[in-house]
Design a protein around this ligand. Structure first.
Ligand code: AP5
Length: 208
């Protein structure tokens, strides 16, 4: 199954993809995670995009599309994939259509107030990318990853100023994709405001 997870920052795309990839046995490809991996490892790409991610702006289409095309040269995407955070512009969606056929685009719907609450309370394990929330999904020991024992961090772009910018960028550049995919008959709307297990049940039902 070839899937795209669409929705505003903090809607829970990464949280759902982490569960869905095991359930459907397909890889989770998050462009945000790929950029953060490059930043952590101080690659040329990482140096190029570090300040862009921290501000909440989008990385240029040409750079992002090339990174995704490179990722698709890996054999693990032959039987399906979950693209999380890509495409994010019409140009990216047009480019994706040139090299992959999609089965569905899942649109995670969440209001602005909930988005801000989710992002400001998010914490993550830097080495594994595992996601927590200080209230909604806390680790067993405060500030520590359940499995690796490493300290949890707050993403640079989860600070208030960057969150507000990301929401503006989403509205201006990514939201038009909802109609783009609805017109193609691929869009599935999911109410992302419920707790994760309920959101996942909705997702399974919709994809069946
Ligand atoms: P990216 O990493 O993709 O960020 P995003 O789209 O802003 O999405 P998030 O990771 O913030 O949110 P999410 O929906 O995955 O929510 P999560 O599951 O973590 O991109 C980062 C940056 O990279 C971009 O700003 C841009 O600079 C660049 N970039 C990436 N892709 C690009 C592209 N295609 N083009 C150009 N630039 C690109 O959940 C959030 C919190 O809520 C967590 O704490 C979680 O525990 C909690 N939570 C989740 N679900 C629930 C629930 N159901 N109930 C209660 N709490 C929940």
């Amino acid at each position: 199954m070839n899937l795209v997870f669409l929705g505003p920052p903090g809607a829970g795309k990464g949280t759902m993809a982490a569960v869905a990839k095991d359930f459907f046995n397909i890889p989770h490809i998050s462009t945000g995670d790929l950029f953060r991996y490059n930043i952590k490892n101080e690659t040329e790409l990482g140096k190029e995009v570090k300040a862009i991610l921290a501000s909440g702006e989008l990385v240029p289409d040409s750079v992002t599309i090339k990174m995704v095309q490179d990722r698709f040269t890996n054999d693990d995407t032959k039987n399906g994939f979950i693209l999380d955070g890509f495409p994010r512009t019409i140009a990216q969606a047009d480019a994706l259509a040139q090299f992959k056929k999609l089965d569905a685009v899942v649109n995670f719907v969440l209001d602005r107030e909930s988005i801000i609450k989710r992002l400001s309370g998010r914490r993550m394990c830097k080495s594994t990318g595992r996601i927590y929330h200080v209230l909604y999904n806390p680790p067993k020991v405060e500030g520590i990853d359940d499995e690796t024992g490493e300290p949890l961090i707050q993403r640079d772009d989860d600070k208030e100023e960057a969150i507000l910018n990301r929401l503006d960028v989403y509205q201006a550049q990514t939201e038009p994709l909802i109609e783009y995919y609805r017109e193609k008959g691929l869009l599935i709307d999911i109410d992302a405001s419920k707790e994760p297990s309920v959101v996942f049940e909705q997702l399974k039902k919709a994809l069946n």
